[in-house]
Design a protein around this ligand. Sequence first.
Ligand code: FMN
Ligand code: COI
Length: 393
Amino acid sequence: MNDTPRQYGPETQGATYLRGLGGAVPEVPTNFLTLEAKAKEKMSPEAWAYTAGGAGLESAMDANRAAFQRTQIIPRMLKGAAQRNLTTEMFGIKAAGPIMTCPIGVLEMMHPEADLAVARATAALNVPMIISSQASFSMEEIAKAHGDAPRFFQLYWGKSDAIAESFVKRAEAIGCKAIFITLDTVILGWRPRDLNIGYSPFLRGQGIAQYTSDPAFRALLPQTPEENPQAAAFQFTQTFGDAGLDWARIAKIRSWTKLPVVLKGIMRADDAAKTVSEGYDGILVSNHGGRQVDGGIGTFDALPGVVAAAKGKIPVMIDSGIRCGADIFKALALGATAVGIGRPYVYGLAIAGQAGAQAVLEYLLAELDVTMALNGCASPQEIGPELLALGKS
Ligand SMILES: Cc1cc2nc3c(=O)[nH]c(=O)nc-3n(C[C@H](O)[C@H](O)[C@H](O)COP(=O)(O)O)c2cc1C
Ligand SMILES: CC(C)CC(=O)C(=O)O
């Protein structure tokens, strides 16, 4: 790992302008809206519906953006931050900056190299990757592509504790440094874009590689997934999700692993306080990119209440709706220690595979670095609430 912090901002800008002198423009657009439009052209209608869609009227997706847009940065002059250091510690690892890739299922719909491309992109930048329970490759294959770069594992806790336990133990064995349990998807949200085309990737056997490679899952099947893929896909639909999941049940994870455990999907102060009192190691404030509870609050609006309830005892992270360096800056200013990047890197992947995902992550680090320079912040710790004009929801 390289300990010398890279100045992504000026380096990335300079290299892009220099290539422009030679007539080349970036294949991967440097702002979200252009990126999204280009990705849509590259993606199948099914991949587009699945990725871009949200729950119901998509009002929680809108709320995610509105929350960031309502709050503005009040730029600070002459503080002096000639050298910025974005390095961020998370669960014992030192990351290039305060970002990580969110777990995203079924990446094979966007690019054939799917999670392997994301593994290579994140490893190249030293950005932590959260491997999804719904990945297109097994976690062992992903780890091979990822090398010794920092990674975490996202757990979907379905009907079978045996499968959850097996996933956690496999994740520990491949060197994941924390487990993120996703709580907001105990069943699938109401997703009209997918429903209207009758498309579920999982029924077609996509995005279930963690299961088909798992001994506890395979033990439930009449034939191996290689012999009978349809039976495996059907079994997955029977196993996935459990709307009865509760605090008592997830506490079992402590007997399976010593790894830090983070709860993904905490949005309320009372749930945050319970996360602390139950002894968990972190919170990821998330509404699943607005894909689960239509009408839900934006994550950036939920963040202050969660941060206050956590009382500095455990780190609070945030995802959902983060689209640019300024969004990352605002989240850090309100007390987040890091942010998760979701759809933006998926769109980069759809456009240009590993290089595309990598470009998007590098742009986000670069834009954050530029925003820090323009506000006199030499490190993420120097980004405080005094730099924000808080909007009223
Ligand atoms: C296509 C897609 C698939 C996702 N799959 C998973 C998943 O497998 N596990 C999970 O915990 N979250 C999943 N999420 C939610 C993300 O981890 C993250 O919370 C969300 O994408 C953040 O919002 P953003 O896309 O607006 O940045 C998925 C999101 C999308 C868009
Ligand atoms: C519902 C899961 C199986 C995948 C997921 O997290 C998602 O599509 O948002």
